[in-house]
Design a protein around this ligand. Sequence first.
Ligand code: KPL
Length: 312
Amino acid sequence: MPPRATPTQVVIVGPGAVGCLFAAALHRAGTSVALLDKDPVRARHLNESGLRIDPPPGGAPLCAFVPVSANPAELPRPAFLVLCVKAYDTGAAMRHARGLVAPETTVVSLQNGLGNAEQIRQILVSPALLCAVTGHGVTQLESGRVVHAGNGETYVAAGPDTPPGAADRFAALLEAAGFAARVRDDCTGMLWSKAVVNAAINPVTALNDIPNGAILEHAHLRDTAFAAAGEAAAVARARGIRLAYPDAAAEVERVCRQTAGNVSSMLQDVRRGRQTEIDAINGAVVRAADGAGIPVPTNRMLLRRLRERPAP
Ligand code: KPL
């Protein structure tokens, strides 16, 4: 008899919009997956009601009962521990989940913003670490209820501390779950390529309470978004970082069209009165620009205006 295949274990930390989308799709594909939540009450609720992902109009909803726990001791130590939490929660989430990291576990940061890997390295000594970014547009309606409003690619990149083959193995799991996943060889370039787009779309949508596609309908908002992206791209170039596209404004336009109906993650945070990722996105651009002596007035203005919002 052939040896029984060992199930690939994935634990996703954070049942937000992205975490629920990936957990439900991996589960449907037969991958053994569980969710770690920081909130025991919500974890109990998610176990009872399951996850529901509604695709763009016309598609059938994806419903899945994925085990959710707030107690890491109840979960298996997985092959991939995938952080899908907000950038400002990275440290706390990693401290909560650290007991799940076995010698063979690869930690995956599937998050927005810059500086997540650095935060993880402050908590785990020489972790096996993989970075990933996704362009999927997802909106959380309530706990476990997500609208999948726009498709996008997911990129996975090995860093200096990624075990050989881990990026390919993780991308293959995502592909099997129906996601277009590509492996990149340049982690910093990949993270900045996403951050440049987020620096444009997220604050402009958040400040104006509009979906991503509406940026292109108003000349002054489009100009602001393109200026923010152009500045961020100039900072990346000055630091010798290779972006995945030649023209930052054209990339912002492409993502706005691809995720036109989506409410950006930052606007979702603003609508719920929650903290935003502005410091890990435009704040990180401004800090890097200051280090390189590059003017970034639009990023500075967006950062200031988001920070000036009344505290949640
Ligand atoms: O990453 C996103 C976000 O909302 O944070 C985009 C790609 C802009 C989709 O809304």
